[in-house]
Design a protein around this ligand. Structure first.
Ligand SMILES: C[S@@+](CC[C@H](N)C(=O)[O-])C[C@H]1O[C@@H](n2cnc3c(N)ncnc32)[C@H](O)[C@@H]1O
Length: 278
């Protein structure tokens, strides 16, 4: 059976990369570079380093795992992804790729599963529980994100940190507006549970209720939401886009229009969020 999260995004990438996020667009003109920039923003905010034991929820095709391993040189990586094809692909890449001269690859354990399901978190954790939980551009897809906060808080070491990039409702968004009805329609098409779209105030309360403190929210919408569409329209009309299957062209075209609309109408905000377990 085909999966919603599959290997389709590979066709947007360059140089054997396989990112699948919305990107962080400063001067980047290529999709892979913008995706890597968003991952670096998250990795820096998570303060990943050689002591980090990382749990990555929604690791896509594995590019970010290579970044945690080879750029931040983290100690250990665990990962959960609700895509069988991506999990197999990422496992193979991690096994095949060389972390660099004189480097020992960080041990990793990856499995298919839902990051809101306690069974998916049941690893052996031989070096101890994670002190970092990260979710790059995917927490809005989780079925009931509050369960993800609870599991993160349960499995994190004391003083551990959860860091995600995620959508939330814009401050002045009106739940009774036509824009809201359009948003609900778009969310259904994109497999995003409507209940995950909450205001910043509610987002903070949900994290606090799960046990997090020192919650930090940085609005990065301006560098994420308009950038994807601008890039896509150029790519679509070039050789890469012309060779793409019509279904993929439709999918990315709809994503681009949705992001442009949600940005222009100030319906959604895209943020970098972190919180610490006491
Ligand atoms: C937009 S993609 C981002 C992929 C990757 N983080 C990246 O930046 O390239 C969303 C990812 O979240 C994963 N995902 C969606 N729902 C999930 C869930 N309930 N538990 C774990 N992973 C999930 C998908 O399989 C996919 O890999």
């Amino acid at each position: 059976m085909s999966e919603f999260h599959d290997l389709g995004e590979i066709s947007l990438n360059q140089d054997d990369q396989a990112w699948g996020n919305l990107g962080y667009w400063r001067d980047e003109t290529e999709y892979s570079a913008a995706c890597r920039a968003l991952a670096l923003l998250l990795g820096d905010a998570a303060e990943l380093d050689a002591n980090s034991i990382v749990m990555d929820a929604g690791f896509g095709c594995g590019d970010q795992l290579l970044l945690w391993r080879d750029h931040y040189k983290v100690a250990q990586i665990f990962g959960i992804n609700f895509s069988k094809s991506q999990t197999e692909f990422a496992k193979a890449r991690l096994q095949k790729s060389d972390p660099g001269p004189g480097q020992n690859p960080a041990p990793s354990a990856l499995q298919y599963g839902d990051a809101t399901d306690p069974r998916a978190w049941a690893f052996e954790y031989p070096g101890g529980k994670p002190d970092r939980v990260v979710a790059l551009d995917c927490a809005y897809h989780f079925p009931g994100r509050t369960d993800f906060w609870k599991l993160s808080a349960r499995y994190l070491q004391s003083e551990g940190k959860v860091t995600v990039t995620d959508f939330m409702l814009a401050k002045d968004h009106q739940p009774s507006s036509l824009n809201h009805r359009l948003l609900l329609w778009m969310l259904t098409r994109s497999q995003i549970p409507a209940g995950n779209m909450v205001t910043e105030e509610k987002y903070i309360v949900q994290m606090q209720q799960a046990g997090f403190e020192h919650i930090n929210i940085l609005d990065i919408s301006e560098r994420v939401m308009p950038g994807f569409g601008k890039w896509w329209r150029g790519y679509r009309d070039g050789p890469g886009g012309q060779q793409m299957r019509w279904r993929s062209r439709l999918k990315y075209g709809v994503t681009a229009r949705f992001l442009d609309w949600a940005w222009r109408k100030n319906v959604l905000r895209y943020c970098l969020i972190s919180g610490t377990k006491p």
